[in-house]
Design a protein around this ligand. Structure first.
Ligand SMILES: [Zn+2]
Length: 98
């Protein structure tokens, strides 16, 4: 990584998986500005569960892939499981136990 010409295999697989999913399931246009200039981030992010006391560290989380509109900056989040980047059983991570 860091070299512009070499592709991280895992990352590019993820990008292809997300791209394929979006091509099949979405209309492709940004809901804010109507452009079709998307950047797909190849990292997986997590939305964590929250209680009245704050973030539940080690609790359940939702793994997500981000696509960013290059025109207006709108960020669209997709479930990493639903788009096929993660298998459903990988979703739990190490935080599944009480
Ligand atoms: Zn936009």
């Amino acid at each position: 990584m860091g070299d512009g010409d070499t592709c991280d295999d895992v990352g590019s697989d993820r990008l292809e998986t997300v791209k394929d999913h979006l091509l099949q399931k979405s209309k492709g246009k940004c809901p804010m500005c109507n452009e079709e200039k998307w950047y797909i981030d190849d990292d997986i992010y997590a939305a964590m569960g929250v209680t009245e006391k704050g973030v539940r560290l080690g609790g359940r989380h939702l793994p997500m892939m981000a696509t960013v509109c290059r025109n207006c900056g709108f960020v669209a989040w997709f479930s990493a499981v639903a788009v096929g980047v993660l298998a459903p059983e990988e979703e739990e991570g190490e935080g599944g136990k009480p």
